[in-house]
Ligand binder design. Structure first.
Ligand code: NAD
Length: 495
């Protein structure tokens, strides 16, 4: 470990605190593979300290009115918004997104915070006479200490899917950031320090052990997880066994369908944006394009547009950043090689792209070019697992219903999209896709607040959605109060 580089600290009770363990991991910048910091592998004792701090802050924080908490969140919003550029630079540095994408990462996270500012207006209980003289009302009550375990691919936005609504509802929070991108949230904690009361937001760095310590701590009432499906499934099972609320969002394999009447130019551009944006490291990215009928011009334009992308991290729309690490490069390249071995045709090969290979060699970073594979069958291996890189599988199918059969057989269920100029066809597909977030001529159909984000099938384990009204539901329970008073005329003071 080089002593010139920062060793990150946890953030507990509004103080930066060294982890109790001496084990660390190197944080690298994907552009060059260089180490830029070290992240501590915190222990269960560190996690227990953070939970204790959140628990101590809970009674006061949860007893504030929604309006009072909203005022804190507004101050946090203003502070973070005024640091958007700095936070986006950190995202570029530790994650590899281009600058425009990194600003999007921060801005989209801030949108959830903006939504949480309206909780005083949004959280209205019911109030009704359910029987003669008997009034029932309900109110939303915070759960207690809640936590989040997050992935590497959106260092700001994904933590902020949960934090604002969790805090706004009166919970106190412990975040376990991704060990691959811990810098952005560390800076958020510094910015939040003068604003939030001590213990309301805590950050504990580490890997799966810190995550398990959060999940299994008896004083943690609820956990959201976002990451790969196998771990999401495990986290959901481990947490619910302990009677905690767990919402675990997993991976995806999103299918896009191009009908014969699609607008070729719009479709080609949108598909390319979808599978290459953020170097394909998005759970909403296009993985498979099902082309209905023979559409050679569409495929030609997709390949032509993707081949124009260049390695880079500036704001240029044609700049595509690196993937997160060498393991990701190996996984993506082996998926392409596997497809080739099975007989698929590689129309554009990111393993040997001149510009991206040169960038890899020159920088030492983790660069893979955009790749387009023409598959032979829906049974091909690459059609089924999440590659999580800038790779698009194209399969030609004979009919709309065959496209639906292939999409419906997908074991995941985040996004699906249809490209068409027919409203009727769009509706037909929207009603039949086996995915929870549907696009019509939009390849990354992320629902924004007040709508909630979440998939079905192996893209989500647990009930409900994150963000929007799903977040309000998840981060509170309904207290029902039933009251009966003696009629006024019977009261002694009336006579
Ligand atoms: P990952 O599953 O490797 O890690 C996610 C988090 O889980 C990290 O903080 C990690 O430290 C922690 N973790 C690792 N092993 C664990 C264990 N055994 N128990 C508990 N926690 C553990 O995921 P990643 O590679 O960081 O992120 C990419 C994945 O996230 C992709 O599959 C992507 O589709 C998915 N993702 C899904 C959504 C969604 O909304 N569905 C959004 C973003 C990313």
């Amino acid at each position: 470990m080089s002593s010139d580089l920062p060793l990150l600290k946890n953030f507990i009770g509004n103080q930066a605190q060294a982890a109790s363990s001496t084990s660390t991991l190197a944080v690298t910048t994907p552009h060059t593979g260089e180490t830029i910091a070290y992240v501590p592998l915190s222990t269960s004792a560190d996690m227990a300290q953070a939970v204790e701090s959140a628990k101590a802050a809970f009674p006061k924080w949860s007893s504030l009115t929604f309006k009072a908490r909203s005022a804190y969140l507004l101050a946090l919003y203003n502070e973070l918004k005024s640091h958007t550029d700095e936070l986006a630079d950190l995202v570029v540095r530790e994650h590899g997104k281009n600058k425009t994408e990194a600003i999007g990462d921060v801005s989209k996270g801030l949108e959830t915070l903006e939504y949480a500012l309206s909780l005083p207006q949004l959280v209205q209980g019911k109030n009704e006479y359910v029987s003669s003289g008997i009034l029932c009302r309900d109110e939303r009550v915070a759960l207690g200490v809640v936590g989040g375990i997050v992935p590497f691919n959106f260092p700001f936005m994904v933590p902020f899917w949960a934090i604002p609504i969790a805090l706004g509802m009166g919970n106190t929070y412990v975040l376990k950031p991704s060990e691959k991108v811990p810098l952005t949230m560390t800076r958020v904690a510094e910015l939040a320090k003068p604003i939030l009361p001590a213990g309301v937001l805590n950050i504990v760095h580490g890997d799966k052990d810190a995550a398990a310590a959060l999940l299994e701590h008896p004083d943690v009432a609820a956990v959201t997880f976002v990451g790969t499906s196998a771990i999401a499934e495990q986290v959901h099972w481990r947490g619910t066994r302990l009677n905690k609320r767990v919402l675990a969002l997993g991976g995806a394999k999103n299918c896009l369908v191009a009908l014969p009447d699609c607008d070729i130019e719009l479709t080609a551009q949108d598909v390319v944006n979808s599978f290459t944006g953020c170097a394909g490291e998005r759970c909403m990215a296009a993985s498979v394009l099902l082309v209905v009928g023979d559409q050679p011009e569409l495929i030609r334009r997709i390949v032509a547009k993707a081949s124009q992308l260049k390695p880079g991290s500036d704001s240029d729309a044609r700049a595509m950043g690196p993937v997160i690490d060498q393991q990701a490069v190996d996984r993506i390249c082996s998926a392409i090689s596997g497809a080739e071995t099975e007989g698929a045709q590689i129309l554009l090969d990111g393993r040997i792209s001149e510009a991206f290979s040169a960038q890899s060699q020159m920088s030492g970073g983790f660069w893979v070019g955009p790749t387009v594979i023409r598959q032979n069958s829906a049974n091909d291996t690459a059609m089924h697992f999440e590659i999580f890189g800038p790779v698009l599988s194209i399969l030609q199918v004979a009919s709309a219903d065959e496209a639906l059969r292939v999409e419906n057989a997908n074991t995941y269920g985040n996004a699906a999209c249809v490209y068409t100029q027919s409203g009727g066809a769009a509706e037909y597909f929207s009603q039949r896709f086996q995915a929870a977030m549907i696009g019509v001529n939009i390849g990354v159909p992320v629902p924004r607040e007040p709508f909630s984000f979440g998939g079905i099938n192996r893209s989500k384990f647990g009930f409900g959605d994150i963000t929007g009204d799903g977040g309000i539901e998840f981060f509170s329970y309904r207290r029902k109060i039933t009251t009966k008073w003696a009629a006024a005329k019977e009261a002694s003071w009336m006579s």
